[in-house]
Write a protein that binds this ligand. Structure first.
Ligand SMILES: C[S@@+](CC[C@H](N)C(=O)[O-])C[C@H]1O[C@@H](n2cnc3c(N)ncnc32)[C@H](O)[C@@H]1O
Length: 231
């Protein structure tokens, strides 16, 4: 029936039908395929990290590429209470740039992405470039191709986005790097964490939990939920 779709996608649909039923699967396909079309980006599918040529000791501690769901992204963004015009957004593990493109719907001062796969960085830049050109968006953006654990946090960043990019060890190191930036330049920051499997790391690092939700519209990210933290 849906043979026009790639094999891996057909397998996901079959699994989703079994797990979620027909209605939620239709909604999920809507969010994945229609949104990709609407934003004119190519950011769908799943990419395993062992299929990418990544030069980092943290590959085994990283999570495969998968773009964040549009509905969940908007939900968590709304709960963040963010003053967009005075905020710079940073996505750790930006992949093909889906979250950055969604973030560009808000009047952020600047958008940053950090990703350790050179191939994904290239796809991220090309998605951002074509989306910004087509929709005449002007927000400055930058994509850094490096390991999040060794990325020095720019002092202007105050909104940090994580869609379950890595394990607790790398997350802890990233939060230490954020602390270093906070010591240099004290400010209030917000962390948005989707599929927040290692949320205890935020709590242990002194973050306050502002909000959380567990999606039952699409049954996505059931293990982690989505959390807003502040420091
Ligand atoms: C689940 S995807 C999130 C994609 C993107 N943030 C989004 O929401 O559309 C996780 C991404 O984190 C990247 N990643 C994992 N470990 C990393 C690390 N140590 N440094 C930089 N990127 C990493 C992966 O390559 C993958 O693209």
């Amino acid at each position: 029936m849906y043979n026009f779709l790639p094999k891996s996608y057909r397998q996901r649909i079959r699994k989703s039908l079994a797990d979620r039923g027909l209605f939620k699967t239709i909604l999920l396909v809507y969010y994945e395929r229609w949104i990709e079309y609407r934003y004119r980006i190519s950011a769908g599918g799943i990419v395993n990290l062992d299929s990418l040529d990544i030069d980092s000791a943290n590959v085994a501690k990283g999570v495969r590429y998968e773009g964040v769901n549009y509905y969940i992204f908007n939900e968590i963004m709304q709960r963040g209470g963010i003053d967009f015009a005075n905020s710079t957004f940073l996505d750790f593990g930006c992949g093909k740039g889906q979250a950055m493109v969604f973030a560009s719907d808000r009047p952020f001062r600047k958008l940053l992405g950090v990703e350790f796969s050179a191939r994904l960085c290239g796809e991220c830049r090309s998605n951002l470039e074509s989306h910004f050109r087509l929709f005449k968006k002007l927000t400055p953006y930058e994509v850094y191709c490096c390991d999040a654990a060794s990325y020095a946090i720019p002092d202007e960043v105050n909104v940090f986005f994580f869609f379950n990019p890595f394990d607790a060890e790398v997350l802890k190191k990233v939060l230490e790097n954020i602390d270093e930036s906070l010591r240099r330049f004290p400010r209030s920051i917000t962390a948005l964490y989707v599929n927040a499997i290692h949320r205890h790391v935020f709590v242990e690092s002194g973050y306050r939990q502002l909000s959380s939700f567990h999606d039952n519209k699409l049954d996505l990210y059931v293990d982690g939920g989505a959390y807003v933290f502040a420091k």
